[in-house]
Ligand binder design. Structure first.
Ligand code: IPM
Ligand code: MN
Length: 357
């Protein structure tokens, strides 16, 4: 099985290196030959090739079974007048590989509930699967900039078609079937035409194809509130691209640290793209203190969704649980009095905790 690694920028290379070690150990335990191919993406690719997604990277990804990404971006490439940005590489790879559904599980880990900024009684037991539409909406709609007199006018449009809504709602509803059978669709149908289309299309798909799933709709502003006041009320949540971007960052605070949260971007065929939801964290890059667990858990999602290796995915998740249960913490999740571990030490503990049952 061919896995393309895209370490990217900042802490990306540090955390992907740990995920690779974990995958290599899983390979030897379960008898799989994973072949790794490391390719450039993001800011370093702009420096070396003038392109945040060089053609060779895209080609390697297309012919891979799955892609594991670290993170892209950093202050070095933040000039608003620059020709291109690291983030453009990420948006293009999502579009080119047809990765229209972004799965972001948000679970609180029992041992970590007290590192959440929210009270234990609110967050304990949270287990939400966010399904964010990833290749449409305002991220990819028509946009422009013009001059009128002394005014600059800019516009970005949220555009969706029936087909784009149907396919991501189906993915979300299927996910709900394997979970607590509840789906919440988030929109802004009181204002946006695009949201009213979402509302009609998803209601029809749910009625015709998923009558067994409890379905409701919530406006995005209200959802921002509910997410922190009663997070345990939600099972699967589906929403358009920009709302999903914002709500999943908000949701990432429920478990306490972004350093624990993986994400999977999938399409109808071809390789999926798996990554931590945190960014490149330039402030701690190169210090060896980043939490590698989100990327390690992203590798587990990769085994589950792209390589169809459920037992192997579970083995990684169980190993992570064991390491946390034993009290090991990186700086982002350590509380006062706990000695934080570095990136490689944490990765090594997960490798050692892996077993076949
Ligand atoms: C994310 C990120 C990206 C997004 C950026 C880096 C383009 O915030 O994956 O959520 O907005 O989709
Ligand atoms: Mn985001």
């Amino acid at each position: 099985m061919k896995i393309v690694l895209l370490p990217g920028d900042g802490i990306g290379p540090e955390v992907t290196a740990e995920a690779r070690k974990v995958l290599e150990r899983v390979g030897s335990l379960f008898g799989h030959a994973f072949e790794f191919d490391t390719q450039p993406i993001g800011g370093n690719a702009i420096d070396d090739f003038g392109d945040p997604l060089p053609p060779q990277t895209l080609e390697a990804c297309r012919s891979a079974d799955a892609v594991l990404l670290g993170a892209v971006g950093g202050p070095k490439w933040d000039d608003p007048n620059a020709k291109t940005r690291p983030e453009a590489g990420l948006l293009r790879i999502r579009k080119e590989l047809g990765l229209f559904a972004n799965l972001r599980p948000i679970q609180t880990f029992d041992f970590l509930v007290d590192s959440s900024p929210l009270r234990r009684e609110i967050v304990a037991g949270t287990d939400i699967m966010f399904v964010r539409e990833l290749t449409g909406g305002i991220y990819f709609g028509e946009s422009g900039l013009k001059q009128e007199g002394d005014q600059e006018i800019a516009w970005s449009t949220m555009t969706y078609s029936t087909y784009e809504i149907e396919r991501v709602v189906r993915i979300a509803a299927e996910a709900a079937r394997g979970r607590r059978k509840k789906l919440t669709m988030v929109d802004k149908a009181n204002v946006l035409e695009a949201s009213r289309l979402w509302r009609r299309v998803s209601a029809r798909v749910m009625k015709e194809e998923f009558p067994d799933i409890a379905y409701d709709v919530v406006l995005v502003d209200a959802m921002a509130m509910h997410l922190i006041s009663r997070p345990t009320a939600f099972d699967v949540v589906v929403t358009e691209n920009l709302f999903g971007d914002i709500l999943t960052d908000e949701g990432s605070m429920l478990p306490g640290s972004m350093g624990m949260l993986p994400s999977a971007s999938i399409g109808s065929d071809g390789p999926g793209l798996f990554e931590p939801i945190h960014g490149s964290a330039p402030d701690i890059a190169g210090k060896g203190i980043a939490n590698p667990l989100a990327t390690i858990l992203a590798a587990a999602m990769m085994l589950r969704y792209s390589l169809k290796l459920e037992a192997e995915a579970k083995a990684i998740e169980t190993a992570v649980d064991k390491v946390l249960a034993a009290g090991h913490r990186t700086g982002d999740i350590a509380r006062s009095g706990e000695t934080p571990l570095g990136t490689t030490a944490m990765g090594q503990l997960v490798v050692e905790a892996l077993s076949k049952e």
